[in-house]
Design a protein around this ligand. Structure first.
Ligand code: MG
Length: 370
């Protein structure tokens, strides 16, 4: 692949409604879109770093700086990029900054698939023609509002409901959903809001027969999670704690979880996500695809990777209309009555941004010529 040009866009889109987690309430999403141009195609990547360092240390601005000052010069120093995996070796000396790296990695994978005239899912080794999705619900003001939201999304077709929790807004909320909706597929995500001193609460939650509890303890922990997993029947899912295939190996050895929410952005891109998928598959640990309130490009990459065989639980890859009133892609992603999303067969990510719409959400743009 010979790169001719790279375009960076800083963009902002308003969320339909504020999304609250244990760390923040967001009203808009700031993000970066990376375009990597070859002679015939454009590969697209989305950088998921948030406006402030809530979820990880990166922000939209730090990612922009790292992409511009370090990652693009590395790309431009390569005459020809034979496959997307190769560039990760050249990125290795840059510590962390996974979301900046992921944006480039994803754009390269899209371009690679397009240059080879195959879908991104096929390029990654995907085997599914459709993927199952679930809905992730932010923390609501009271349990009644949560019940209203759950009812609404079940009516839209979603079958797996994920509820964000934090201290004081946990057991009462989850048990209200269990009581009202019976045996639905229900799970909780704590975004690291608890510690082992909350064992009594975890024991109560254990009786709710959740599909899993996601990242209950510290964002950088795998030791206490191993202790907690031994004490619970409910599967622990690690999110924030797993940033690389090496983290996954150590967590598997310790028994820190029974599943991983692989977010492409958190682990540095599709290359590393695929490695984590493969390692988990060898160890009989099913995985699933998480999201970062992604817009159309990030969603398309998620759909492609979630078509790999060991992605076994429904992902946080909702339809286009879940978070944003308008997207900028040529066609919306929709779910059918069984909460399934079709994996595109067209080349690359399958759907393209509409340039005029892309421009309308862009507030800063910079071009880099070879
Ligand atoms: Mg999570």
């Amino acid at each position: 692949m010979k790169i001719k040009k790279i375009v960076l866009r800083k963009m902002e889109m308003a969320l339909k409604v504020s999304f609250e987690t244990s760390f923040a309430a967001m009203k808009t999403k700031k993000f970066i879109v990376v375009e990597i141009h070859s002679k015939d195609h454009i590969g697209y990547g989305e950088c998921s770093a948030l406006a402030a360092p809530w979820y990880s240390e990166e922000t939209t601005d730090t990612a922009w700086t790292n992409i511009e000052k370090f990652l693009i010069p590395i790309l431009f120093s390569n005459q020809d990029i034979s496959c997307p995996e190769k560039i990760q070796d050249d990125f290795k000396w840059i510590r962390r900054n996974k979301m900046a790296k992921a944006a480039i990695d994803c754009a390269l994978w899209d371009l690679y698939a397009k240059e080879n005239n195959i879908s991104l899912a096929k390029a990654l080794g995907g085997t599914r023609s459709e993927i199952e999705t679930g809905v992730s619900l932010g923390i609501q003001k009271n349990p009644d509002e949560l019940l209203y939201m759950v009812d609404r999304y079940i009516n839209e077709g979603y079958r797996r409901i994920k509820v964000k929790i934090k201290p004081g807004k946990d057991m009462q909320y989850l048990s209200a959903v269990r009581k009202e909706f019976g045996d639905i597929t229900l799970m909780a995500d704590a975004n690291s809001a608890y510690s082992l001193t909350d064992m009594d609460l975890f024991k109560q939650i254990d009786d709710l027969n959740l599909l899993m509890i996601e990242q209950p303890l510290a964002n950088d922990d795998i030791i206490d999670h191993a202790k907690l997993q031994k004490a619970l029947r409910t599967k622990i899912c690690l999110d924030e704690s797993i940033e690389s295939v090496e983290d996954a190996r150590k967590a598997i050895e310790l028994g820190s979880m029974k599943t991983i929410n692989i977010k492409i952005a958190r682990v540095g891109g599709l290359t590393e996500a695929k490695k984590i998928h493969d390692l988990c598959q060898e160890n009989n640990i099913p995985v699933w695809c998480g999201g970062m309130l992604d817009t159309g490009i990030g969603r398309a990459h998620n759909i492609a990777i979630a078509s790999l065989p060991n992605y076994k639980f429904p992902g946080d890859v909702p339809a286009s209309n879940r978070y944003y009133a308008n997207d900028f892609m040529s066609a919306p992603v929709t779910i059918n009555k069984k909460a399934m999303i079709k994996v595109p067969l067209e080349i690359g990510i399958g759907i393209e941004p509409v340039q005029t719409l892309l421009d309308s959400f862009t507030f800063e743009k910079k071009e880099f010529l070879w």
